[in-house]
Design a protein around this ligand. Structure first.
Ligand code: ATP
Length: 332
């Protein structure tokens, strides 16, 4: 939402509108002219007996995106991630990594944390990462980097069993980052963490995304997707309800608060807007609802052309949560 009072109001509207759309995003999204397709899923379906866990699911993830799979419990997020990691076989559909069929080679370019962290309790963090490197036939060169990146370097010689749950989760992410993969897949990365642990893991994900890594994460937390992701696919009962840029979803306008020196003329003029739906009056402010997405600068120039000079214009954006709930209501 943005708000201003008149001055050079036309300029203010445009400036405020532009400013309201600025959102921290992955550097690589800005730096790359041509974004490669990292993952492409076509009509994927998975059934467990009578349960349709994933239902005709298609979406694409491009290089540098932080892609959120958002849905309530049981909506098919883990099943989808398990299929694309070759842990579970789909019944129908296909997927490709890096524009090629999935292979051992493509798998090496992907790091993942799908289950809860599982390390040897009596070994140190450093030693546990050596074990992981041994299993994957990687050398130990990268261990120091991932420990520093995840903020665990100071505690590298502490035994795993002495770690907090948040540190255990960060160690799991460190192990997924060993060998510097191009893609990081995380399933509910902040589940069960306390607020400090949640903040640290979220900061870590944003930091890793800032390095240019493509991230795919499953979450049932709207807030998490809103804060971390650049793109989102909303799932319910295995079906995709919506997919797109998080910032676009947030930019869907719901209503505007308007006021003018001539309220009667404002009411008459705005009622003739092609997308006008209804209005209500609150004191001097007119709350106006539209049938679709309307830009604030467009409203301003529409009214100005009809001789109405605005003294106030506030856009009320729908939150992802409202949008998500609306989608669930409409499509269940
Ligand atoms: P959650 O966040 O609760 O893990 P989710 O969105 O990840 O949910 P999935 O774990 O993929 O959803 O589950 C989708 C559906 O498939 C659920 O109804 C679940 O009970 C079912 N399911 C998942 N795995 C199995 C399995 N191995 N056998 C039978 N049913 C399963």
């Amino acid at each position: 939402m943005f708000s201003f009072f008149t001055g050079n109001f036309l300029q203010d509207i445009v400036t405020n509108f532009r400013t309201s759309r600025l959102k921290p995003t992955n550097k690589r999204l800005h730096n790359c002219n041509l974004l490669n397709t990292i993952l492409s899923i076509q009509s994927l379906s998975k059934r467990y007996g009578k349960i349709q866990a994933v239902n005709d699911l298609s979406f694409e993830v491009l290089q540098g995106q932080v892609f959120g799979l958002l849905g309530p419990n049981g909506s098919g997020k883990t099943t989808t991630l398990s299929i694309i990691l070759d842990l579970v076989k789909s019944n129908k559909g296909s997927f490709s990594w890096f524009d090629s069929p999935p292979s051992k080679e493509s798998r090496k370019r992907i790091g993942s944390v799908i289950e809860s962290p599982n390390f040897f309790p009596y070994l140190t963090a450093y030693r546990n990462l050596q074990v992981v490197a041994d299993i994957r036939d990687q050398d130990y060169d990268d261990i120091e980097r991932v420990l520093k990146l995840t903020g665990l370097y100071e505690r590298r010689n502490s035994k795993f069993k002495t770690y907090s749950f948040g540190m255990k989760q960060r160690l799991a992410i460190a192990s997924a980052l060993l060998g510097n993969p191009e893609v990081l897949i995380l399933d509910e990365p902040t589940n069960g963490l306390d607020p400090q642990g949640i903040a640290q893991v979220r900061e870590l994900i944003i930091k890793v995304a800032g390095l240019g890594m493509t991230i795919i994460l499953a979450s049932h937390l709207l807030d998490e997707v809103q804060k971390i992701c650049t793109h989102v696919s909303v799932l319910n009962k295995g079906k995709k309800l919506f997919s797109g840029e998080v910032s676009k979803v947030l930019a869907i306008s719901d209503s505007f608060e308007l006021s003018s020196t001539d309220p009667d003329m404002l009411q008459k003029a705005i009622s003739t807007h092609p997308l006008f739906q209804s209005f209500s009056e609150t004191g001097l402010l007119l709350q106006v609802y539209f049938k679709g997405e309307v830009q604030p600068n467009e409203i301003n120039s529409f009214l100005y052309q009809q001789g109405v000079v605005l003294t106030h214009l506030t856009e009320r954006k729908r939150s992802l949560e409202q949008h998500f709930l609306e989608l669930l209501e409409e499509k269940i």
